[in-house]
Design a binder for this molecule. Structure first.
Ligand SMILES: [Zn+2]
Ligand SMILES: [Zn+2]
Length: 498
């Protein structure tokens, strides 16, 4: 059965990944809160992105800019003028529609040919009884629609104590502009040479008219953006530097998503047609993912030329150039912009990880997260919670491992149930402490000081000396092979139902 968004929404709520914002007050429109497991997953995504694209690369640096910026930033960027949708309102029910979408909705019709009975008529079709076409509001079928007016998608607010026009500012609709505005500061303070990039992860806000599809399109969201500056006069491997680096970033971003689990068949590139390109963009590609709602944009990678730096130079009156030592000239760098949404990436990883399978006649739900993404890395489970020695040992293991990873202790059900719970949230490994581990002091029996590690994906178990747990998990959680570890210690006969 194909995975539906409803399945992910309900799992997310049940297991603490994502909650509707302000749910006890009836919720806020298309705003979501990340719960205890969601925040771990989200932080892992951002941490890996930062590690792979900033920390590991000699040509990248990061910033963390304020959400509130000078209002002229948004004049220079074009957002004040152009970041708008044409909207119409119903004079009766006050519902608001995008003018260019209104005809694509089914419409409510009180048909005069049937004494005003109410019908819903499919989008774009005429009433089969009276032949009328939609002229009124599609939602209530009664109100006239206003003429289209442009509605800006930025959240407006006021800076300072006076709520007048001079104090208007905006919650940023994207993180990118902070990299352009700080271009000179970063260049000078870090003594950078082209090509180099500036990265930032942070919140952005868009007052979307038609948000929806869970965390796919929301009014408050998080972005991971890179502005990669190149010298347009240089060539790399016989090609203009901007074109070369654009292709490199496309390949690197695709490889990144595959590395953390998105499968080849669920990823594709989509080249923007000439007529959908922003006027300043030389070329733009989207990486699309096959979400439960169908193929949709996961991230975009644009060649924005020198447009942004030139705009900010014009509006600020400052010089935003780079001195090319070799050619002895000032140049305005071109910029390649790989822009990803954290929430969308999380949704893609969640959808990809979700699997239902049958194990010994029972349904098992398992999230096959890459170990570096998994919100919880290890669960420590006592086989018998009435044996003090077992419980004490299990708590000790949890606190030792917790110095390195997110680790949980759970003794609130029988072992088979505990395993299933961890499968359902994608915990790659469980550690079980049993009688053999601790022995029986009353009978004078020594424990073997070994515990069972159980692998989420294969459900195999190995018995490992307790003192080796940290190095073993260091290996397993950074891409180490389960089969290699199992080979070294020997798989244990399943003591308890896996
Ligand atoms: Zn209406
Ligand atoms: Zn009719």
């Amino acid at each position: 059965m194909p995975l539906t968004m409803d399945t992910l929404v309900s799992l997310s709520k049940r297991r603490g990944f994502v909650f509707q914002s302000s749910e006890i007050y009836g919720g806020t429109g298309s705003v979501w809160d990340y719960g205890p497991l969601g925040v771990e997953l989200k932080q892992n995504i951002k941490r890996l992105w930062w590690r792979d694209f900033v920390q590991m690369r000699p040509d990248m640096v990061g910033i963390d800019a304020a959400i509130l910026m000078h209002p002229n930033v948004w004049r220079a960027s074009g957002h004040v003028e152009q970041f708008t949708d044409p909207m119409v309102d119903c004079r009766e029910c006050q519902h608001r529609f995008r003018a260019d979408h209104v005809d694509a909705r089914p419409w409510l019709h009180f048909c005069p040919a049937t004494k005003g009975n109410k019908f819903e008529i499919a989008a774009g079709e005429a009433c089969p009884r009276c032949g009328a076409r939609r002229t009124l509001c599609p939602d209530c079928g009664k109100g006239e629609l206003t003429t289209a007016r442009n509605f800006n998608l930025m959240f407006k607010t006021f800076m300072g104590p006076v709520e007048d026009d001079a104090a208007v500012t905006y919650l940023r609709p994207e993180t990118a502009q902070a990299m352009f505005v700080n271009f000179e500061n970063v260049l000078q303070s870090m003594r950078l040479k082209l090509p180099f990039g500036i990265a930032q992860a942070g919140r952005s806000f868009r007052n979307e008219i038609t948000p929806g599809n869970f965390i796919f399109r929301t009014r408050e969201f998080e972005q991971m953006e890179i502005e990669y500056f190149v010298n347009p006069h240089e060539t790399v491997e016989g090609r203009p530097a901007d074109e070369y680096w654009h292709d490199r970033w496309i390949a690197d971003c695709m490889a990144w998503f595959r590395r953390y689990g998105l499968s080849e068949g669920n990823l594709r590139l989509r080249e923007h047609e000439k007529d959908e390109l922003a006027h300043y963009a030389k070329r733009t590609l989207d990486i699309e993912y096959r979400f439960p709602i169908g193929w949709s944009e996961l991230m975009g990678i644009a060649n924005r030329t020198d447009y942004d730096l030139k705009q900010h130079a014009k509006f600020s009156g400052k010089t935003l150039t780079y001195f090319d030592e070799e050619r002895k000239e000032h140049v305005v760098p071109y910029v390649i912009e790989p822009a990803a949404g954290v929430d969308r990436a999380l949704l893609a990883f969640l959808a990809e990880a979700y699997q239902e399978e049958e194990v010994r006649g029972e349904k098992r739900v398992v999230l096959r997260f890459h170990p570096e993404l998994a919100p919880v890395k290890v669960a420590v489970l006592p086989l018998l919670k009435k044996r003090e020695e077992i419980v004490k040992t299990a708590h000790g293991i949890r606190s030792e491992l917790a110095r390195h990873w997110r680790v949980v202790y759970d003794d609130t059900a029988a072992i088979g149930r505990l395993y299933r719970r961890q499968d359902e949230v994608g915990t790659p490994y469980c550690v079980t402490v049993d009688v053999q581990t601790v022995g029986d002091s009353e009978k004078g029996e020594q424990g073997d000081q070994r515990v069972t590690i159980r692998d989420r994906d294969s459900m195999q178990q190995v018995r490992v000396p307790m003192r080796e747990l940290v190095p073993v998990f260091q290996e397993l959680l950074t891409g180490g092979d389960w089969a290699a570890v199992a080979g070294r210690f020997g798989t244990a006969a399943a003591a308890a139902a896996g």
